[in-house]
Design a protein around this ligand. Structure first.
Ligand SMILES: [Zn+2]
Ligand SMILES: [Zn+2]
Length: 239
């Protein structure tokens, strides 16, 4: 929480608002080790974001992969329970100290995935889904960028890239019906970063539901020359 505070101010803040687990409220850490261990999903397969039918490990089935801008998504867990509570504390109670804890759980999960290892060998770039300036001003930080920065610190072979921007404010995807989510984010992103020709891109967002945001960003990145685009999300599912 409040990463810019000096040591003395932080100690005072810890005294009046001591760290306690986002889920079980035990004092000591913003997420205790027992609750952190519950973050990764037990399930292995997710419904395809494109056809909604076939299940696959990375949420885009093999037949849809051939015509989808987004090749698949690496998912830590379902958007419920501890993960939902923890993300809520990060985003709406501004407990930024949760970002490195969540990124550690994500990195541990990614390290177990052979496909992720294969992608890492191709020297991919990590980008995060941007917030619009208005939302960024309100929150003071972009949670996806913060998580991406923490993830890159843990996976040192993965460089963080910039240049993806949100050109207009959009409604929060979760507050919209499924059929309106693609329209909401359509033409909402732009890329003006380093050349992406032939690069594999990993695109981090905190939560995905229909995958509309990831898919729309993937199209922009493919137009900018990306070879392939893979999503990485902390949580996937309906609110
Ligand atoms: Zn706990
Ligand atoms: Zn499919």
């Amino acid at each position: 929480m409040f990463p810019t505070l000096s040591g003395a101010k932080r100690r005072l803040l810890d005294f009046v608002y001591p760290p306690h687990c986002a889920h079980c409220h035990r004092y000591g850490k913003w997420l205790c080790d027992d609750c952190a261990a519950e973050l990764p999903a037990k399930r292995q397969f997710w419904p395809c974001l494109v056809c909604g039918k076939a299940k696959s490990q990375h949420a885009v089935c093999s037949s849809c992969q051939q015509h989808s801008a987004l090749q698949g998504v690496f998912i830590l867990g379902r958007y419920d329970g501890i993960l939902k509570q923890t993300l809520h504390q990060l985003k709406y109670d501004f407990v930024t100290a949760l970002a490195p804890i969540l990124a550690t759980a994500l990195a541990d999960r990614l390290k177990l995935d052979p496909l992720f290892h294969k992608l890492l060998q191709s020297h991919p770039l990590l980008l995060s889904v941007p917030l619009h300036q208005e939302r960024l001003k309100w929150r003071g930080f972009n949670q996806s960028e913060l998580l991406a920065t923490c993830l890159c610190a843990l996976l040192t072979e993965l460089p963080l890239a910039h240049g993806l921007t949100r050109t207009r404010p959009t409604e929060t995807q979760m507050e919209l019906e499924r059929q309106h989510r693609f329209g909401n984010v359509n033409n909402a992103f732009d890329y003006h970063g380093e050349p992406l020709g032939g690069k594999n891109i990993l695109l981090l967002d905190d939560v995905s539901t229909t995958g509309a945001t990831l898919m729309t960003c993937a199209k922009v990145l493919k137009t900018a020359g990306a070879e392939s685009v893979w999503g990485i999300v902390l949580a996937h599912g309906e609110p």
